[in-house]
Design a protein around this ligand. Structure first.
Ligand code: F6R
Length: 610
C-alpha cells in the first residue's frame, strides 16, 4: 500500500525523505512525491518509480529547497481512486498546506460537492484531495493546526493516516491516523514520521504509535500527542529486529531471503512457548481452548491459508471443530458467532483492514478474540484480547512466505496442546510431537530448501505454462492452495488448486496434453486415492510433477512424470516442507519469467483498504 515518511530537524530533509520512500518501496506503489517546508511550500510528485521523482528533483523541480529544506513529507502512492498519474500522486497541496494520505476517504464525493460549492476547484481524481481542501478550509478559519486536524478527523469517514505541513509553520509536521498505521520517532538529529518501521531504522530503533484520532505534532526537539482533552503520552516501543534483517543481505530478492529464514523463524516462534518439553502458551484463551466448543480462524490471503492447515491440525489431532473464514466475507455476512467459539485472527502485518474489521465485529458481539501477528504493536495486536507473536522477523517481499510457515507451526503446536489437554494424546506423545515441531521441523525445512537445484529444474518446465493445476487431498490440499496462490501472485501464471477428488467433477475438462499438474501427497492414508487422481490426469496427457514422502512414494512416484521425495514422513511436518518447496518453486518460475518478484504488479504488502 501507500507509504508515508516525514522529517523535521537539523539535516537536509530531501535525502531523508527519498531514503524513507525507498525503505517503504516494498509495500507496493506506482507514484511518489514530496513536499518541502518553508514560507512557500515546494511540492514535487511523479507517476512511476522513485527514480523518476529523483530525476525531477535533480532537474530543479523543487528549486534551491532541495538543499536547504530541513522539514518535509513524502509519499508513495498505490492507486485506488484514479490512475497513477502526476496529478493523482501525493502530496496534495494548497497555498496553505501540503498533505499525504494512506487509506481511503469514504465520504469523498459528498465532501467534494460541499467544497466545490464553497469555491474550491479539484485537479485530481483522488479521495485525498478532498481531505487536503477540507483541512485548508478548516485551518483557514481557525488558524490552529491541532484544532484543525481534530476538526478534519471529525469530518472524515474511512481509513486514513495523514501527514501535513503548513506553510506558516515551517518546521513542524502534523499527523493523525484512523485504521491505518503511523509511527513517530525521535532521532539525535530530528524527528521522523513513517507508516512503517523500515523507514526509521537507519536513525533509531525506538518509536511511538499514536492512538486512533490523536494529533501528532513533530518539532525538531520533540513529539507531542493531542486528543480533544489535551496532551497525551505514550510508551516508547522498541524494534526487536536489526536493519540487516530488513535488507537483502546478498540475495537477489527479499522473497528468496525470507523463505530461507522460515526455519529460524519457526525456532524463534516456538521456543518461547515450551515449558518442560510441553506447549505452554501462557494465555488463558489458547491454553484453555480444549474447553471450547470450537474456534473460528479469520484472516486474508496467505494468512488464511495458514488457517486452513491449522484447521486440519486442530481437527485431526485435537478434534476441535474449526471454521476458517475469509475476513472480507466474515465481516459482511452477519455470521452466527458466540462466546464459546473464540475468534482467532491471523495476520503478518496486523494492519489488514478486513482482518481488523473482523476482529472488531467479534469483539462487538462479546466473542473472545486472540491474534497471531508478526508485527508486535500493530493494530490487530493492540485490539485483540490476547496476542501471540510469530518471530519470523520483518517480511519485506510482498509475497508472504516465512510468516505463513511460522503461523502454521504455531497452530500445529496449539493442536498438540489442545489434544493433550483433552486427553486425546498421552504425555509421551505430546512431548514427542512438541519436540518434532520445535527441533525437527526447522531441520526438515532447511533440508527442503537446500534442494533448490531440483526445484529450479521443475521451474524450467513450468516457466512457459499458461495454466497450472495443483491437486492434493486433506492437509496436502491445504498446501496446494498456498502453493497455487504464490505461483499466480509472483509469476502471473494462472493456477488453480483443487481437492484431488474434485477434479473429475468439472475441472478435468481443462486438462489437455502438456498441461502441468502439481500433485502433493504427504498423507499415506490417502496416497492411493491421490495416485488414482494422478492417473486420471495422465490419461488426458497432463504432465505431473509430484511432491511426496518416503511413506507415500510407492503410490505416487510411478504415476508422476517428475517427482521430489521430501525427506520427512511426519504428517504434520511434511506438508509444511511441501509448502516451502512450492514457495521456492514459484520463486524460480517468476525469476525465469523475469517478473518483479518482490513487488508483483497490482499488489501491496499491507492491505489497509477493504
Ligand atoms: C500473499 C500475501 C497476502 C497476505 C494477505 C494478508 O503472499 O502476502 O495474501 O497474506 O494480504 O496479509 P496479513 O497477513 O498482513 O494480514
Amino acid at each position: 500500500m501507500c507509504g508515508i515518511i516525514g522529517y523535521t530537524g537539523v539535516k537536509p530533509v530531501c535525502p531523508i525523505l527519498l531514503g524513507g520512500l525507498r525503505a517503504l518501496e516494498y509495500r507496493g506503489y506506482d507514484s511518489a512525491g514530496i513536499a518541502l517546508s518553508g514560507c512557500t511550500l515546494a511540492t514535487v510528485k511523479r507517476a512511476g518509480r522513485i527514480s523518476v521523482l529523483e530525476e525531477a528533483l535533480a532537474a530543479g523541480a523543487a528549486g534551491e529547497k532541495v538543499e536547504s529544506a530541513c522539514c518535509g513529507i513524502g509519499h508513495t502512492r498505490w492507486a485506488t481512486h484514479g490512475a497513477p498519474t502526476d496529478e493523482n500522486a501525493h502530496p496534495h497541496a494548497t497555498p496553505r498546506l501540503a498533505l499525504v494520505h494512506n487509506g481511503i476517504i469514504e465520504n469523498d464525493r459528498a465532501l467534494r460537492r460541499e467544497l466545490e460549492a464553497a469555491g474550491y476547484t479539484f485537479v485530481s481524481e483522488t479521495d485525498t484531495e478532498s481531505a487536503a481542501k477540507l483541512l485548508d478550509s478548516i485551518y483557514g478559519a481557525c488558524g490552529d493546526p491541532v484544532a484543525a486536524m481534530l476538526g478534519l478527523d471529525g469530518r472524515l469517514s474511512g481509513a486514513y493516516a495523514l501527514a501535513v505541513i503548513f506553510a506558516d509553520r515551517p518546521h513542524e509536521i502534523y499527523a493523525i491516523r484512523r485504521d491505518s498505521p503511523l509511527i513517530a520517532a525521535q532521532s539525535p538529529d530530528g524527528v521522523l514520521l513513517a507508516s512503517d518501521i523500515p523507514a526509521i531504522l537507519p536513525y533509531t530503533r525506538s518509536y511511538y504509535r499514536p492512538d486512533e484520532g490523536e494529533v501528532v505534532r513533530l518539532r525538531a526537539d520533540g513529539i507531542t500527542f493531542f486528543d480533544a482533552n489535551g496532551e497525551k503520552t505514550h510508551p516508547l516501543c522498541t524494534v526487536n529486529w536489526d536493519v540487516e534483517e530488513a535488507e537483502r543481505g546478498g540475495y537477489s530478492h527479499f522473497m528468496r531471503k525470507e523463505l530461507g529464514e522460515a526455519p529460524e523463524g519457526v525456532r524463534r516462534t516456538l521456543s518461547p512457548l515450551i515449558r518442560d518439553g510441553l506447549p505452554h502458551f501462557g494465555m488463558p484463551l489458547l491454553d484453555d481452548l480444549h474447553e471450547k466448543k470450537g474456534m473460528r480462524i479469520v484472516a486474508c490471503g496467505t494468512a488464511m491459508h495458514a488457517g486452513l492447515i491449522g484447521r486440519t491440525y486442530l481437527e485431526r489431532l485435537a478434534r476441535l471443530p474449526v471454521a476458517v473464514e475469509i475476513a472480507s466475507e466474515f465481516r459482511y455476512r452477519d455470521p452466527i458467532i458466540s462466546a464459546d467459539e473464540p475468534v482467532l485472527l491471523l495476520s503478518q502485518s496486523g494492519e489488514t483492514a478486513d482482518t481488523l474489521a473482523a476482529l472488531r465485529l467479534a469483539k462487538a458481539n462479546g466473542v473472545p478474540t486472540a491474534a497471531i501477528v508478526n508485527v508486535i504493536g500493530s493494530s490487530v495486536a493492540r485490539e485483540a484480547d490476547a496476542v501471540m507473536a510469530t518471530h519470523a522477523g520483518p517480511e519485506i517481499a510482498v509475497a508472504s512466505t516465512k510468516a505463513y510457515t511460522t503461523q502454521a507451526a504455531m497452530l500445529a503446536l496449539l493442536a498438540v496442546s489442545t489434544a493433550y489437554a483433552r486427553g486425546l494424546i498421552d504425555e509421551q506423545e505430546a512431548r514427542a510431537r512438541t519436540d518434532a515441531l520445535c527441533r525437527r521441523l526447522p531441520e526438515a525445512l532447511e533440508e527442503t530448501i537446500a534442494r533448490e537445484a531440483e526445484l529450479e529444474a521443475f521451474a524450467a518446465r513450468l516457466a512457459e505454462a499458461e495454466h497450472v493445476f495443483y491437486i492434493g487431498r486433506g492437509v496436502d490440499y491445504d498446501a496446494c492452495v498456498e502453493g497455487s496462490l504464490k505461483l499466480k501472485e509472483i509469476s502471473y501464471i494462472h493456477s488453480e488448486a483443487y481437492a484431488a477428488g474434485e477434479l473429475k467433477h468439472g475441472t478435468i475438462s481443462l486438462i489437455e496434453p502438456g498441461v502441468p499438474v502439481l500433485a502433493v501427497s504427504t498423507d499415506p492414508a490417502v496416497a492411493a486415492k491421490v495416485a488414482s487422481n494422478m492417473r486420471e490426469v495422465r490419461a488426458r496427457g497432463g504432465e505431473i510433477i509430484a511432491f511426496c514422502t518416503p511413506a507415500t512414494e510407492a503410490d505416487i512416484a510411478p504415476n508422476a512424470d517428475f517427482c521430489m521425495v521430501l525427506d520427512e514422513n511426519d504428517t504434520t511436518l511434511a506438508p509444511l516442507c511441501a509448502v516451502s518447496a512450492l514457495h521456492l518453486l514459484a520463486y524460480h518460475v517468476a525469476r525465469l519469467r523475469g517478473c518483479d518478484i518482490d513487488k508483483p504488479r497490482n499488489l501491496a504488502k499491507s492491505v489497509t483498504v477493504e
